[in-house]
Write a protein that binds this ligand. Structure first.
Ligand code: FRU
Length: 538
């Protein structure tokens, strides 16, 4: 139908039809990027899960292949769930994934490419020794034991993987060791655990260098000064801790332990889950992928015949202060840019709305540098807002005047503004520093009923005394709005379904509703071409 076509993204990853969830086993091997994904071959709601498989040379255009792992054995007959790829010594790719077995217990299985000389690695064979790992042993729950990480080698030369689990009712990334990647023994302590939450899904463990966006291969020697990151999925979002990997104790030790998990940092403060990263040896960077679900209704998804996209792959690295991750869309996405529009030195006074015209407003990439003129005007920051940033975004929305902000973008707006989505910034003065809020408010994104339309938000620290500019980048892709504040300190992805997108044109604006003037020192916008995403080429 026209509706399902209009809301289909033009350059975000999705299959031709049906349901997808988590990205699985991303890897670069022999000149090809592989993306696998949780996929229902029979419909657009979750179920019958197999591993869909697509390949690419640029992370943006994808060729669709046959599913790589299907439900064919007793150890995965009820589902081929999330897992990770590892390139073993000697350039041998392997995948370990979770199977839901005949009794719906969660077990870990291994597959290897059938034919290494097939450039696309289309076929994968299941080994006789499956399941490799059973949900047995102290504290484990056979229904909460899944999503193995990529393997890494410890100082003793043994391989390790971590598996997400509920351990004695709490959350843990359980550690396993192996000499040959086949026989695994459980280490007597987890890589990390916490009693501040329950089951951790999709753990991801990787190393990063402060201030450098070149990535690290977890199985290579980790340079001095590197930090480790443990990412986990819970509470409908992806959270992370930065810390060190204590090689003697073989545990991950976070730099700070926050007992209240609402305060944990997030990969993305919007609709983004089950992310997984990999080391891209072609370009020497670490790339992270996440799943962005639909926020229309299940019956909408059945009518559309498809559900779920993946966010644009992002390069991920550590800020020079060592405290937070930075993320930026892989530069390959810029190949889709066309019809560049650029403006300099626009003054946005209180109440100003500046229309960005000349680009496709449904498929766009917008980058703006806001320059603050009067930082003293910032309103005071209240730390209790951190406990519920969505509540704060609802109360202090784009129409609520502040000292410094809100200023930002209005996207996918109908002629009369009855429908619109805002992506905006607000600056607050905290004791020694400034706190900036990036908010993406979907509450007026659509007149259609039955949608989930929150006001997402995330805070970051910003040294305004040193840097008066704050940048905002937003990728608009029909039903996806993916934003990056201050060079990727806070990211927010949302899904929107405006009626105007089906019925007519939409508009895009830069705005300021703060008392003090902000200068747009630079504004660049591009239309984004449609990518070849799992459609037939040519
Ligand atoms: C996360 C998740 C994983 C599981 C998979 C099943 O979204 O629930 O924990 O392996 O999806 O599809």
């Amino acid at each position: 139908s026209i509706v399902s076509k209009r809301y289909r993204t033009a350059y975000h990853f999705q299959p031709l039809s049906n349901w997808i969830n988590d990205p699985n086993g991303p890897m670069y091997y022999n000149g090809i990027y592989h993306q696998f994904y949780q996929y229902n071959p029979n419909g657009s709601i979750w179920g019958n899960i197999v591993w869909g498989h697509s390949v690419s040379t640029d992370l943006i255009n994808w060729i669709r292949l046959e599913p790589a792992i299907e439900r064919t054995t007793p150890s995965d007959i009820n589902g081929c769930w999330t897992g990770s790829a590892t390139i073993l010594t000697g350039d041998q790719p392997v995948i370990i994934y979770t199977g839901a077995d005949t009794e719906k217990r969660q077990v870990q299985n291994i597959v290897l490419p059938k034919n290494l000389s097939d450039p696309y690695l289309r076929q994968w064979k299941k080994l006789k020794n499956n399941p490799l790992i059973q949900p047995v042993g102290p504290g484990l729950n056979s229904g909460q034991f899944r999503d193995p990480t990529t393997g890494w080698i410890g100082p003793d030369g043994l391989w390790r993987i971590a598996v997400g689990a509920e351990l004695n009712g709490y959350s843990a990334a359980i550690l396993y060791k192996s000499k040959d990647f086949m026989k695994w023994t459980r280490v007597d302590h987890p890589l990390h655990s916490s009693n501040a939450s329950t089951m951790w899904e999709c753990p991801d463990f990787f190393a990063v260098l402060p201030g450098k966006n070149n990535g690290l291969d977890l199985s290579a020697a980790i340079p001095n000064g590197a930090k480790h990151v443990l990412k986990i999925s819970l509470d409908y979002c992806d959270k992370y801790m930065i810390g060190v990997y204590d090689l003697k104790r073989d545990t991950f030790v976070p730099d700070t332990i926050l007992d209240d998990r609402r305060l944990w940092s997030r990969i993305d403060y919007g609709n983004y889950y089950a992310s997984k990263s990999f080391f891209d040896s072609k370009r020497g960077r670490r790339i992270i992928w996440g799943w962005t679900n639909e926020t229309d209704s299940t019956s909408d998804d059945v009518a559309k015949g498809w559900a779920g996209i993946h966010a644009i792959p992002r390069t991920v690295w550590l800020d020079s202060d060592g405290k937070q991750l930075l993320q930026w869309p892989v530069e390959e996405v810029e190949l889709l840019r066309t019809n560049a529009v650029s403006h300099q030195g626009i003054e946005l006074k209180k109440g100003d709305l500046f229309e960005i015209s000349g680009t496709d407003t449904l498929q766009a990439d917008v980058e703006i540098d806001f320059e603050l003129t009067a930082i003293d005007a910032a309103d005071p920051f209240d730390p209790s807002w951190l406990l519920d940033t969505e509540k704060h975004c609802r109360e202090a929305d784009a129409s609520v005047n502040g000292g410094l902000g809100p200023f930002g973008l209005v996207v996918l707006a109908s002629d009369n503004m009855e429908e619109h989505t805002t992506v905006h910034l607000r600056v607050y003065k905290s004791e020694q520093k400034y706190m900036v809020l990036l908010c993406s408010d979907l509450r007026r994104s659509s007149l259609r009923p039955g949608l989930y339309t929150p006001a997402y938000g995330g805070f970051f620290e910003h040294d305004l005394d040193k840097e008066k500019k704050i940048s905002l980048r937003t990728l608009i892709d029909r039903s996806a709005v993916e934003s990056f504040g201050a060079g990727g300190r806070v990211c927010i992805t949302g899904r929107v379904y405006p009626v105007a997108l089906v019925d007519g044109g939409t508009h895009m604006y830069a705005f300021n509703n703060g008392s003090s003037t902000v200068k747009v020192s630079q504004l660049k916008a591009w239309s984004m071409r449609r990518a070849h995403v799992n459609v037939k080429m040519g």
